[in-house]
Write a protein that binds this ligand. Structure first.
Ligand SMILES: Cc1ncc(COP(=O)(O)O)c(C=O)c1O
Length: 419
């Protein structure tokens, strides 16, 4: 027998193994200053393209004022305890009612964190006799929620309706034996590549199969649909979403999340979400802050308009310059380039140090070997000047990638490190 910690010291995990080369720069970078289009990295100003503050609310003066006033009145604690026990207030209820109305559902329930909240929702919605069918590219919180499930689960190929149908056929056969039901889970927007879940087609399958649909609309809420109610509104099928989930961590620039659906479903979830029944409720700073932000989403459509002006300028500019931005149908803007991981590291360093552009990189194993994904998140705070500078920088780094500059640089670094 060995000590439990022997393994974790030997094997730091798929990301942890890169810590010595990456930490502080590629992972756990420290961005400083007010959350905005320009922040400081390693003491230098950079244009930030990696923050999900879509509507630019994070440092909006009205938002900061509302948060500060709530903090001055309540501190960070109130209310203490879980919602069910001592952590409930009129304002939690008011926020739920306003969120439900905003996303066109009968009722909503607040979650202190989205990740745990959606895991618990999945856990509470199914028993061992039920079957889950979910998109293979789902966010980690969905995958972890499905891990709690004691019954059968099937993945379908990403956004592939033929594969979904095939798996619904299998699930239906199985459910007929167990006497259970079927839960289908998709995202409203897949946050890495930016495609919307094919919700309209999924909902249409309800004609043929009996299932309920849970949608994680973290990136769609506030950014998509005529009123900002998300991917369901954008695709005209909000009614077909049985349980709608969104987090405050993106458009709302805060912490917290919610589930919305028919009243009887939300009433059930309220009494059965383990991560909420046994954890502290959302503090008043976040409740009052969310009421303020939601009011701005409703009354300031110009924020979403500005966001989309920027998204369109950036995405069209990239396409005009021949960049591959994949199949995004949202604000998430991926740029695919060909290169190795060492080349990707040299390229990102060049972008940050010499062009003042800060964006996230995604490499193998998240995407296929040999591809580099620069993932960009435009926001309402970006300016046309930011976009122009970024487009020029991207053209320059592509030339350097193609002429082997980053290959040489990465080889030089490897030699200097004695590898
Ligand atoms: C698609 C998706 N679902 C859920 C979450 C988790 O939400 P939270 O940050 O509120 O825990 C995130 C990340 O914020 C996300 O991107």
């Amino acid at each position: 027998m060995r000590d439990l910690f022997d393994r974790i010291i030997e094997n730091k995990g798929p990301l942890g193994k890169w810590a010595s080369q990456a930490e502080g720069y590629f992972v756990f970078p420290k961005l400083e200053g007010q959350i905005s289009n320009r922040m400081k990295f390693n003491g230098k100003e950079v244009i930030t393209w990696s923050i999900n503050d879509y509507l630019g609310l994070a440092n909006h003066p009205e938002v900061i004022k509302a948060d500060a006033e709530a903090a001055a009145e309540h501190g960070a604690a109130y209310p203490m305890g879980a919602r069910m026990m001592s952590g409930h207030t009129d304002l939690h209820e008011q926020l739920q009612n306003e969120l439900a109305a905003f996303v066109n559902k009968q009722a909503a329930y607040l979650l202190n964190f989205g990740y745990q909240g959606i895991m618990s929702a999945i856990d509470a919605l199914v028993t061992k006799d039920d079957i889950i069918v979910y998109d293979v590219d789902s966010h980690a919180c969905i995958i972890d929620g499905v891990r709690l499930h004691m019954g059968k689960r099937f993945t379908y190929q990403h956004n592939d309706m033929e594969s979904l149908e095939k798996n619904l056929e299998r699930a239906t056969k199985m459910a007929e034996q167990t006497g259970g039901g079927i839960l289908v889970i998709s995202e409203g927007v897949f946050g890495m590549r930016g495609e919307q879940g094919r919700l309209k087609e999924i909902v249409a399958l309800k004609e043929k199969f009996k299932f309920r649909l849970l949608v994680d609309d973290a990136h769609g809420f506030g950014t998509l649909g005529a009123t900002g109610a998300g991917a369901g509104e954008e695709q005209g099928i909000q009614d077909g979403i049985d349980v709608y989930f969104a987090t405050f961590a993106k458009s709302m620039a805060s912490i917290g999340a919610f589930l919305a659906g028919d009243k009887e479903v939300i009433d059930y979830l309220k009494y059965n979400l383990r991560s909420q029944m046994f954890a502290k409720s959302l503090p008043m700073i976040f409740v009052k802050g969310a009421l303020k932000r939601l009011d701005m989403l409703r009354t300031m459509p110009e924020l979403k308009q500005k966001l989309w002006d920027n998204v369109n300028a950036l995405q069209n500019g990239l396409k005009e310059r021949g960049f591959d931005i994949g199949t995004t149908q949202s604000c998430v803007t991926p740029v695919y380039l060909n290169g190795s991981i060492p080349e990707a590291m040299a390229l990102v360093k060049d972008l940050r140090e010499n062009y003042g552009i800060f964006c996230s990189i995604v490499v193998y194993p998240v995407i296929p070997k040999g591809l580099i994904l620069l993932r960009m998140i435009p926001t309402a705070t970006h300016t046309m000047e930011d976009i122009q500078i970024t487009l020029d920088a991207f053209s320059a780094i592509r030339t350097r990638l193609e002429n082997g500059t980053y290959k040489r640089l990465s080889q030089a670094v490897a030699m200097a490190m004695g590898e």
